[in-house]
Design a binder for this molecule. Structure first.
Ligand SMILES: [Zn+2]
Ligand SMILES: [Zn+2]
Length: 520
């Protein structure tokens, strides 16, 4: 007798092939039968009128940083994500320096995770910021030969333990202090293991083309496979630039580089509020910034530096941006969450920069911000349509009382239901392949991303007529609609858009055990 039978669903198998109708039998966490014949099982789901596809793969997220607090990964499961990749944008949980000065290695980290209950399957990158901090603290200098060797050896350990590759966070100090030479050296190590380098580019605006070229140059020098993370053109003067950058991606692929990108379907971005502080000031470390922001002349200098960088248009943010900036998540000022910074400033009779500095200080520099309408929907859609682009949330988790970018909650239903099935951006088959088989193939997740016999039973059952996101800036945790069931490793974990609390996710290591005879 089968564990679970799903009857009568319209099946999208993940490969961009035409959909078909069949019954599915699941046993031992695997899809064991796909047939037109009737099946019987311990549990039977009547799926007439519903669509079935492989569980979604979120190629870029940050849930790893919150896994200890929220192992269920509710925000992932409740949008149909059954596998996600973390450790991106230059930041991972390991390697890291323990409070006693000893090293927390990637191997130890993965070994711990392999015994941890979690809602969705998880695979991880090692952040270049972590390597730098372990080898040379927050210094903005180029690494000395010994420090470079230290970073390479930590990276080699991470790759051997099962990291997918390295992530670069080229706007986040100290990850952003990495030069092209340093990145190429590190990527040579990753290439030895056939891994990936994922780039949060140095610039997604005025110097967007140069930033893309920099990533390609690292790939050329190192032979490493490359992912352009959350690909987007930000700020009005740069709208339309994705036309050129996607052309660059095509040319790089024609030249033999293995290059892909991922993107989320929103025109808003989210980032740490500390990105307002000019890069050079970060080199003395977080503690120093907290101290600087505590008062007196150093606080005044910090505030002025932010104002100056906004005015001079040289910083990460520009003077045109403040009206579009919100505080999403402040630990110490939850009353700010979901509100515009300019409104808070007006209310308190302070400047924009003063509110930024005060909030960052109180939060220990951890405040999350968000900029709305910083992208154009034509760029967003163009990127999503590109055949080498996969779907990602760039999101972490939902914790009580904390507002998040709506993408954390709604990315996959928004893209598939709202934008593709009903919006006509692309056929459902194509959209689903970008969310399932394409990333499974790119990252080598054998047995994932496919509705085939012997593949893992990570499945999503949805109503194509009603599937959509409902999260907004002011109500960022609203449940999605139209997700009937989500199944992870053969177990039902979501019913009617809500997680039931069961955790069946597994840690995936690079070259995780091959699933024998899982047809591709
Ligand atoms: Zn990023
Ligand atoms: Zn990210």
């Amino acid at each position: 007798m089968l564990d679970l039978v799903i009857c009568g669903a319209k099946i999208y198998d993940g490969t961009n092939s035409p959909s078909f109708y069949a019954n599915i039998g699941v046993s031992g966490g695997k899809i064991v039968q796909i047939t037109r014949l009737p099946l019987s099982g311990h549990q039977v789901l009547d799926a007439h009128g519903l669509a079935l596809c492989p569980g979604f793969i979120d190629t870029h997220g940050h849930m790893d940083s919150m896994l200890a607090q929220e192992p269920l990964q509710r925000a992932k499961l409740e949008q149909g994500i059954t596998t996600s990749i973390g450790g991106l944008c230059g930041g991972s949980e390991a390697p890291a320096v323990n409070p006693d000065g000893s090293l927390y290695t990637f191997e130890k980290y993965l070994n711990e995770l392999s015994h941890t209950s979690m809602g969705a399957n998880l695979a991880l990158m090692a952040g270049n910021g972590n390597l730098r901090i372990c080898a040379m603290g927050y210094s903005s200098s180029a690494p000395a030969p010994g420090q470079m060797e230290c970073m390479k050896s930590l990276l080699r350990d991470a790759m051997q333990a099962g990291a997918l590759g390295i992530s670069f966070g080229l706007i986040y100090p100290p990850a952003s202090y990495a030069s092209i030479d340093e990145m190429a050296e590190l990527c040579k190590v990753v290439a030895e293991y056939d891994g990936f380098a994922a780039f949060h580019l140095r610039n997604e605006g005025d110097r967007f083309y140069e930033a893309v070229e920099e990533a390609f140059e690292v790939a050329r020098r190192s032979g490493c496979r490359l992912i352009l993370s959350h690909h987007k053109a930000t700020r009005e003067p740069n709208w339309g630039k994705t036309l050129v950058t996607l052309g660059m991606l095509d040319r790089a692929a024609e030249q033999g580089l293995e290059v892909y990108a991922d993107a989320h379907p929103y025109t808003a971005v989210s980032a740490g509020l500390k990105a307002y502080i000019p890069q050079a000031l970060h080199s003395s470390g977080i503690e120093h910034l907290i101290e600087m922001s505590s008062g007196g002349s150093s606080k005044k200098a910090l505030t002025e530096a932010i104002e100056q960088s906004l005015q001079s248009n040289t910083g990460h943010y520009k003077q045109t941006d403040p009206p579009r900036a919100y505080i999403l998540a402040s630990r110490t000022h939850p009353e700010y969450n979901g509100r515009r910074i300019v409104d808070i400033a007006k209310e308190q009779g302070l400047s924009f920069a003063e509110v930024v500095v005060n909030t960052l200080h109180d939060d220990g520099m951890t405040t999350t911000g968000m900029h709305v309408d910083i992208m154009h929907s034509a760029d967003v859609n163009r990127v999503l349509r590109h055949p080498r682009v996969m779907l990602c949330t760039d999101g972490s988790s939902i914790l009580p009382g904390i507002a998040v970018h709506p993408r954390v909650r709604g990315t996959f239903p928004r893209f598939l239901g709202r934008m593709c099935i009903r919006g006509g951006l692309m056929p459902a088959e194509t959209a689903i392949s970008k969310m399932t088989y394409l990333p499974a193939r790119v990252y080598g997740f054998r047995g994932k991303g496919l509705v085939r016999e012997n593949c893992d039973a990570d499945l999503v059952l949805f109503d194509p007529m009603t599937l959509c996101d409902n999260a907004t800036v002011s109500d960022s945790t609203a449940l999605n609609s139209g997700l009937k069931y989500v199944i992870v490793n053969g177990q039902i974990v979501v019913e009617d858009n809500q997680a039931n609390g069961r955790m069946h996710g597994k840690l995936l290591r690079r070259r995780c055990p091959v699933q024998p005879s899982c047809a591709e």
